[in-house]
Design a protein around this ligand. Structure first.
Ligand code: CA
Length: 223
């Protein structure tokens, strides 16, 4: 069951009908406070969350979910140009975001990707070298020190860790972590690899993410 929290009836109708046509069950809530209450009290597989909402805005809802340690994947909907909001949304624990207007195919692909990632989590923690990830609390440690990652960075790291020692192509990473088909225009994988390297690495202890020229990336498991 997917919870859709969105106050624009046109978008609610579009998303609800579109996702239902893809085989998903969708509950729509048009008010932020009501959406927050249901997100905290009920168990949803995924939440599609608008940022600008009456009652309680999307970022406040994300904050409440994080505080209550609700680990449901969230896809945030933002208006074009809300760059700061998008960054704040990712920092607040959103899994992914979509800029309005978005296509239904794009949303459905993201939903499927996030549900697939969530379903792949039978183990509770991963460790490669000195990098440790708790899949329950989504906390990351490197050499015992906490590392703060956005949800997408964490999903990328988890994917690399599950395939430690293997060379993963950009296309493969893009489709698994972001749910996209191959798009030669996007460099989002390279950008996020850069974020991960910066957050995980120090001058003395660089992140063990190796670039495999003209192919992709590999998480080195030798360290
Ligand atoms: Ca809105």
């Amino acid at each position: 069951m997917i919870l859709l929290i969105e106050d624009e009836p046109g978008i609610v109708d579009f998303v609800k009908r579109g996702l239902e046509a893809e085989g998903f069950a969708v509950e729509a809530v048009l008010d932020g406070a009501e959406g927050e209450r249901r997100a905290l009290q009920e168990s949803f597989d995924l939440i599609v969350l608008d940022l600008m909402l009456p009652g309680r805005d999307g970022l406040e809802i994300l904050g409440s979910l994080r505080q209550a340690e609700v680990t449901v994947p969230v896809i945030v909907l933002t208006a074009r140009g809300e760059i700061e909001d998008r960054v704040a949304g990712l920092d607040a624990g959103a899994v992914d975001y979509l800029v309005k207007p978005f296509s239904l195919a794009e949303l459905a692909a993201r939903v499927r990707a996030q549900l697939r990632l969530a379903a792949q989590a039978p183990t509770t923690s991963l460790r490669v070298g000195d990098i440790e990830v708790s899949l329950l609390t989504r906390e990351v440690h490197r050499a015992g020190e906490p590392v703060r990652l956005s949800s997408t960075e964490l999903d990328l790291l988890v994917h690399l860790m599950r395939h430690r020692g293997q060379v993963l192509s950009r296309e493969e990473i893009l489709s698994t972590v972001w749910g996209y088909r191959h798009d030669p225009q996007t460099n989002v994988v390279d950008v996020y690899i850069g974020y991960l390297r910066r957050k995980l690495g120090t001058p003395e202890n660089p992140a063990p993410i190796l670039t495999v020229r003209s192919v992709g990336y590999r998480l080195d498991d030798a360290s």
